[in-house]
Design a protein around this ligand. Structure first.
Ligand code: KG4
Ligand code: ZN
Length: 342
């Protein structure tokens, strides 16, 4: 087993992306994702539509991943899948598919925690920033999650802080919706923010203790502010879009950075590994760069395709678990509230 090449087929279907990847040891041979466009018109993910789309996408996506990797399914060492957290109907599609395939091929089945995978994505071969050394801090910021995690080892993680209500991506998306921008609005807020004045409209920051976050109050204050201003001037949003976006972005980035600084100080660590779709945000990236210079931090951000929901990150966990022979039984079920470290 020592020198054997491990081929993992990984499946991710926790939310609205159907993804399959093939890994040869820690190297990604293919990472194919079908993003569901259907949710755009509803301004958010509709769970029932998501599971139906997964049903349609899963077979072609897996085929494409195997073809692209030029791997026959008989070569696979194991099948890894996202067990949770996520939407029940969505998780069920990936879970059932992985279980059947592992049974059919008579190979081990490996269950993966999606939040752990976002963090372990940093260990995929070929990252631009290199690999963090244990222990380090991780911050996962996406449309579904906001967490600061102490990472002691591959499978020894402790949540230090998380959101008590909306995720940071949701804060971006809901603010964008108030401004009449299309879903998901995070990237559009970012684009406009880059041309605006971040100090034009100050928004209050939540008072949450410890390392936890709250974003629902910010959304409400943005809503009231816009309602008040548009009552005075109906064109307020279009006339001030860039300044409004820059102000919202500055507030969100400050909330994140304040907690991160607190967590770094509290733990005495200097390495921070970022993940999740919101790590594409230009404001967060420049704040992290500044912290590298001013505070001596080392920041790791995976390639963007490994930041958003993807199966390659499930595959790297599959690889690490395979080496430890940590396999799941056929009786394993999807776990929508799968807590990290639980
Ligand atoms: O990780 P992800 O692809 O999916 C999950 O939610 O798991 O993250 C998507 C989130 C959305 O809320 C989207 O608006 C946000 O990431 N996002 C951004 C940016 N790019 C993506 N938010 C702010 N600025 C960006 N540049
Ligand atoms: Zn995710």
């Amino acid at each position: 087993m020592e020198n054997e090449t491990i081929y993992i087929l990984a499946i991710e279907s926790s939310c609205d992306d159907t993804s399959a990847a093939v890994l040869s040891n820690k190297k990604v041979l293919s990472n194919v994702t079908a993003t569901q466009k259907i949710h755009e018109e509803y301004g958010g993910v509709v769970p029932e539509l998501a599971s139906r789309a997964h049903q349609q996408n899963i077979v072609p996506v897996v085929h494409q991943a195997l073809n692209k990797a030029n791997i026959d399914k008989k070569q696979l060492s194991a099948i890894a899948f996202t067990r949770g957290p996520g939407l029940m109907g969505s998780l069920l599609v990936g879970t059932s598919f992985a279980k059947s395939l592992a049974l059919g091929l008579n190979v081990p089945l490996i269950e993966v925690n999606h939040m752990q995978a976002h963090i372990l994505a940093h260990f995929i071969e070929g990252q631009n920033d290199g690999v963090p050394e244990f222990p380090f801090l991780a911050m996962t910021i996406s449309g579904g999650h906001t967490q600061i995690v102490l990472v002691k080892d591959y499978f020894e993680m402790e949540i230090l802080g998380q959101t008590l209500d909306d995720a940071v991506g949701e804060a971006f998306d809901k603010s964008a919706k108030i401004l009449g921008l299309l879903y998901p609005g995070g990237p559009l807020v970012d684009k406009n923010a880059q041309k605006g004045n971040p100090d034009a409209f100050p928004f209050p920051k939540p008072k949450v203790g410890g390392l936890d976050f709250s974003f629902s109050g910010l959304k409400t204050s943005i809503l009231y502010f816009i309602q008040k201003e548009t009552a005075k001037d109906p064109d307020f949003v279009t006339e001030n879009l860039q300044d409004i976006c820059a102000s919202i972005q500055k507030t969100i980035v400050t909330i994140l950075m304040d907690k991160l600084k607190k967590a770094m100080k509290q733990t005495g660590l200097t390495q921070i590994a970022i993940g999740g779709g919101v790590s594409a945000n230009s404001g967060i990236r420049s704040a992290l760069k500044e912290a590298e210079t001013n505070l001596g931090w080392t920041t790791y951000i995976p390639k963007f395709e490994y930041c958003t929901d993807n199966a390659a990150m499930i595959g790297i966990v599959g690889h690490l678990k395979y080496k430890q022979e940590e396999f799941a039984h056929q009786g394993v079920t999807a776990k929508p509230r799968y807590v990290l470290g639980g």
